[in-house]
Design a protein around this ligand. Structure first.
Ligand SMILES: Nc1ncnc2c1ncn2[C@@H]1O[C@H](COP(=O)(O)OP(=O)(O)O)[C@@H](O)[C@H]1O
Ligand SMILES: [Mg+2]
Length: 260
């Protein structure tokens, strides 16, 4: 059984300007431990799809199954219990951190809310994770504005991994970072995946990033997944014209930053 199954998922936004049908009938699976890249141009619905998986945005229709359990059919209690298993890392780590809380406070609160009642145990787990993402323990007493973009993303990663998820949706996690920092964060994500046995849905508009770490790649266009193939197959023999156009539009390797 796949870790995650998405079946005919639709997401619509209703605004004063009208309705945007951002995700239009998407179906796919993610296996435990698998890294699936999701590529497509800005506005095609990648972030909406990611947020719908976490139920940060409600699905209009369709199903999201985690280990065969339909998340949309769960009552609030059981849903809360499953929520930690799928986490998200955002492009803008600063916006997703509370500026008035120290790193220790932010991370400990997550553990407290999820039932880790011993303060000593919370601190132990927080210290372990902050070390694991490559930050010094002194980071715990500091506030988000005191960190660089790369360090903030490390905090965002620590927060996402604290509850030991099975799947992490990484939404353009390095797009806002300097090129020199991007490779460090990508390498960290690869290491953590191995250590914790994570599956990733890795969203990026940058094909080079997806090339570096995906087992399989899905191509999204105007709310739909138009191609879904193992990475070698996708690059070597793309089937859909849009996939071919994306690959053709990719800058030449010489002009871009090398990863790793
Ligand atoms: N909160 C929102 N309210 C209304 N429309 C939105 C919202 N978020 C995204 N959209 C629209 O949904 C479509 C898909 O956006 P998004 O999922 O952010 O795409 P991507 O991540 O691929 O750039 C776009 O047309 C965008 O304008
Ligand atoms: Mg996006």
């Amino acid at each position: 059984m796949p870790l995650l199954s998405v079946i005919d998922l639709h997401t619509r936004y209703a605004t004063r300007a009208g309705v945007t049908h951002a995700v239009r009938g998407v179906s796919f699976d993610i296996a435990a431990g698998e890294t699936v890249g999701l590529v497509g141009e800005s506005g095609c619905g990648k972030s909406t799809l990611g947020k719908t998986l976490l139920q940060l945005v409600p699905a209009t229709s369709g199903r999201v199954l985690l280990d065969g359990v339909d998340l949309g059919a769960l009552k609030p209690g059981p849903l809360r219990a499953l929520r930690p298993r799928v986490q998200m890392i955002f492009q803008d780590a600063f916006a997703s951190l509370n500026p008035r809380r120290s790193v220790r406070d932010t991370l400990e609160t997550i553990l407290r809310v999820h039932g880790v009642s011993s303060a000593r145990e919370r601190l132990r787990q927080v210290a372990l994770m902050i070390d694991r993402v490559g930050l010094p323990l002194s980071a715990l007493g500091r506030y988000p504005h005191e960190f660089s973009g790369g360090q903030r993303q490390r905090i965002g990663i620590a927060r996402a991994l604290l509850l030991r998820p099975d799947l992490v949706v990484c939404d353009e996690p390095v797009s806002a970072l300097d090129v020199s920092i991007q490779a460090q964060i990508l390498n960290l994500l690869v290491d953590l995946k191995r250590e914790f046995g994570l599956a990733y849905l890795f969203i990026s508009h940058d094909l080079a990033v997806v090339r570096y770490l995906a087992d399989r790649v899905m191509v999204m266009q105007a709310g739909q997944i138009v191609e879904n193939a193992p990475q070698e197959q996708l690059w070597n023999s793309p089937v859909h014209p849009y996939t071919r156009a994306l690959i053709a539009a990719e800058p030449a390797p010489a002009g871009r930053a090398r990863v790793a």
